[in-house]
Ligand binder design. Sequence first.
Ligand code: ADP
Length: 218
Amino acid sequence: MKKEFVVIGLGRFGGSIVGELISQGAHVMAIDHSSDRVDEFASIATQAVVANSTDEAVLKSLGIRNFEHVIVAIGEDIQASILTTIILKEIGVEKITVKAQNDYHEKVLRKIGADFVVHPERDMGIRIANNMLSNTVLDYLELSDEHSIMELKANDNIAGNSMIDLDIRAKYGITIVGIKRGTEIIVSPQADDKIQLGDIMLVIGADADINRFVKKAM
Ligand code: ADP
């Protein structure tokens, strides 16, 4: 069954979410109060609707409650973003993701029950800065404030070692959950699987432990 999403606000952020969801085969209802924006997405989204999301009756009439996940991608207008989120909560939407403009906005969104708050400019800035500083950490996914999955590029110090040789679970308390080798991916590598130069190791664990491993072993 296809996944069903609603994206409210079709600026650069909301627009790129719609495009990606559609390209991955999801159903998307795209909403904006600007008819120009909606026209632009009429041929892309499953359904494109001109509506003001701060109007509860309108959201109800669109059957928003029946969608799995609603993304509020309203940019500048913080008041509209907050009000929309409150209405979505009241209607009983299961999962709500909201784009925050600043830390204060984020705090309010969390208080009123947004399930996921994203801060794209800030998060992308942190990610790019980290990538610039490190030749080893290629990318990461934050699981909590203290835990992540990181992609680490195997260098000379690591290459040639098997999982047993590295013994990183015992030594650092972290786990290699996969190895990317070109287009191939080895899921849950076995004890005697050897790392090759240039492999990308997917490592899960506490940030502090992963950083310790990178500093000491790589
Ligand atoms: P970005 O930085 O992602 O480009 P914008 O602020 O440019 O963000 O885009 C936000 C979009 O949200 C705009 O297209 C705007 O028309 C839309 N929007 C703002 N308020 C509402 C609202 N109350 N209902 C529906 N759409 C809205």
